[in-house]
Design a protein around this ligand. Structure first.
Ligand code: MTE
Length: 323
């Protein structure tokens, strides 16, 4: 039987190459960092997956999927990742998003590009996805509520997308919005706790950082609605609420944009919101976290474990002040 050699210490047989077996086997994780040299191609990694909700142009790219960033920690199961969610548009309990997932329609999706760039306009999902190569990245996701998961995302770097719109030198920040139709709100948008639409933002250098990712799938499948279909942001060193789901608008701006949780409770949720075990939330400690599926709490890592890659972005900030 042919062997697919994926690293010096892990050899998979063809029969191992099914997403579930592959992902749940900790020993077989590739040890390759973002900056660690050439990406390893896993031949025909997800050859038979049909991306019904994505344009046909996206599908063939999965044939040469590369895992470019990984972790030596077990991944959460597909079930955990897709049934324990925060997506307030679909309800405020952890099981609401899955239960109300069908209320979100991703048909005819488009993203409006605005502000300080040379190529503003309305781009269909197909326009957005077409030029990009998909890659897989296994990231920790640390929620500000002190739980975490390890998730194998599919997608492409946000920087590759933003460059296409040619941001001007005036673009200092990038703002994102999730869908909101006040005449046809999603089930959770009838409550006024959050001022809809859900908004998030990054400084331009954060947005262009190689770890900042646009996810269109997970576990080799298109993103389930409850995880932010058809396209969402993933910023692994920040608390999870920065990773805005189901994006319909991206705006380049000169000034720091308003963000949903900061508008709601500015003393509790800052614009930066980098994972920091030393700075408590006003109502709970951030020193430890509950990895979903584990019995004992883990220590929270500075910048969620991505300190080496991102600390330089914040050398001029008083991190306590900019919580
Ligand atoms: N994006 C939107 N539009 N609405 C939300 O309620 N919740 C955020 C973030 N993105 C949220 C959102 C929070 S609080 C977290 S922790 C993550 O999504 C959770 O992502 P997950 O459900 O895929 O784990």
């Amino acid at each position: 039987m042919a062997k697919l050699i994926t690293s010096a210490e892990s050899v998979l047989t063809e029969s191992d190459v099914t997403p579930e077996k592959l992902f749940l086997s900790r020993r077989k994780f590739l040890r390759q960092s973002l900056y660690g040299g050439s990406a390893i191609a896993l031949a025909s990694y997800y050859p038979t997956i049909a991306w019904a909700s994505l344009p046909a142009s996206a599908e063939h790219k999965l044939q040469n999927l590369k895992r470019t960033v990984t972790l030596d920690e077990p991944m959460n199961s597909f079930e955990d990742i897709t049934s324990y969610n925060n997506f307030y548009e679909l309800g405020s309990s952890k099981d609401d998003p899955k239960q109300h997932a069908s209320a979100l329609s991703t048909d005819n999706w488009s993203i409006q590009i605005e502000g300080e760039c040379n190529k503003p306009g309305t781009y269909t999902l197909e326009d957005i996805l077409k030029p990009h190569s998909f890659e897989e990245r296994i990231y920790r996701l640390r929620c500000v509520e002190a739980w975490s998961m390890v998730i194998p995302w599919l997608g492409f770097p946000l920087s590759d997308l933003l460059k296409r719109f040619e941001p001007t030198s005036q673009a200092k920040y990038v703002a994102f919005e999730t869908l909101y139709d006040k005449n046809d709100p999603l089930p959770g948008q009838t409550r006024s706790s959050i001022k809809w639409p859900y908004r998030e933002g990054l400084r331009m250098d954060e947005a262009m950082h190689p770890l900042t990712f646009m996810a269109t799938g997970l576990y080799g499948k298109p993103l389930p609605n409850q995880n932010g279909a058809p396209i969402r942001l993933v910023v692994p060193w920040k608390y999870g609420f920065k990773s805005i789901k189901s994006i319909v608008k991206i705006r380049f701006s000169k000034t720091q944009p308003k963000t949903s949780w900061n508008m709601l409770a500015p003393k509790e949720y800052g614009f930066y919101s980098n994972v920091n075990p030393k700075v408590s939330h006003p109502r709970w400690s951030q020193a430890r976290e509950r990895r979903i599926g584990e019995l004992f709490k883990r220590k929270t890592l500075m910048y969620n474990g991505y300190e080496q890659e991102v600390a330089h972005l914040y050398k001029d900030l008083n991190l306590k002040k900019h919580y």
